[in-house]
Design a protein around this ligand. Structure first.
Ligand code: URA
Length: 305
């Protein structure tokens, strides 16, 4: 394997360990990964048209005696593209009223946001979030993907379907949860395929919308899905490793935050062990919300003895 390709593989492995679920690949790097005639390398790549991961994406084995990789170019691979700085974050003053009417007011406000609209692709929709204004559990992702942008609904693509499976296994319905993202639009990029994570600046701009949603709903728990969400919600800390903070509690304003892996990460790393890790996080959430937990639920994803 060329040292460039190996360096990319190593960097992707490191990101994967940290719970990063999507990367944005620059054209130069794409050339390295998919040299024009390298059919074998192509078969390992995500489906570029849909942006979905390959069925069995396998990173090449780490070479023991490999030369030091050109990390600089690889680091560039995974940084987000340059996005023009956004204006000041909006100021939200909620009107008087009950939670349902405040949430409806806020939704209209967000749907009318000129900055959000400016960043949509043709036919794209702003994604406000869905669920109950009385929800005890507030699931927060980073930003809509293509499926969500097309329909204007959060978490309806493959990761969203997995999230629905998780909430059903917790015994929850749409009455008990609210599901949204920090960013209310799909981060645009100049590629015909794939998704890119939102920048800190983009998340900073939309944070007041999220804060207002949380203020209205007053959930008992926020579940932060994935590394980028944790940065947007709790502040960016380059030293923070998803592997260390996953399964721990933090706090957003006064609300407890459970940090867990993003469902996209689970889709790509759905080992029994990873599923159990996320499930244990959900058991903690259920306990915090005083939900009844059956023995069967306690045993989900434990290895069979
Ligand atoms: N990933 C997210 O973070 N949010 C969505 O709504 C869909 C995918």
């Amino acid at each position: 394997m060329s040292s460039g390709l190996e360096a990319i593989a190593n960097e992707l492995r490191r990101l994967q360990r940290d719970g990063v679920n999507r990367v944005f690949v620059e054209d130069d790097t794409m050339q390295l990964i998919v040299p024009k005639k390298d059919v074998v390398a192509r078969s390992r790549l995500p489906d570029l048209q849909s942006g979905r991961p390959a069925q069995n994406p396998k990173l090449p084995e780490e070479g023991k005696d490999s030369p030091t990789p050109p990390v600089k170019s690889v680091t560039k691979t995974v940084t987000t593209p340059k996005v023009a700085p956004l204006p000041e974050s909006p100021e939200i003053e909620l009107p008087e009223g009950d939670a349902a009417s405040q949430l409806a007011w806020l939704k209209d406000r967000v749907l009318a946001c000129e900055v959000c609209k400016e960043h949509l692709s043709d036919d794209g929709k702003i994604v406000f979030g869905t669920g109950s204004s009385q929800a005890d559990i507030f699931f927060c992702g980073e930003a809509p993907d293509a499926d969500e942008e097309r329909e204007g609904e959060a978490f309806i693509g493959k990761p969203g379907q997995l999230l629905t499976k998780i909430t059903s296994a917790m015994g929850l319905s749409s009455e008990n949860v609210f599901t949204t993202n920090i960013l209310k639009w799909r981060p645009e990029h100049n590629k015909p395929y794939g998704n890119r994570p939102p920048t800190l600046d983009e998340m900073r701009f939309c944070l007041p919308y999220l804060k207002a949603q949380i203020k209205i709903i007053q959930p008992k728990v926020i579940v932060a899905l994935g590394n980028t969400t944790v940065s947007g919600l709790l502040g960016h800390d380059p030293a923070r490793k998803m592997g260390s903070v996953r399964g721990t509690w933090d706090q957003f304003e006064t609300i407890p935050v459970m940090i867990t892996f993003h469902p996209s990460y689970l889709l790509r790393n759905g080992t029994l062990k990873t599923k159990r890790m996320v499930w244990e996080d959900m058991l903690q959430v259920m306990e915090k919300c005083s939900l009844k937990i059956s023995d069967q639920q306690r045993g989900f994803f434990l290895p069979k003895s």
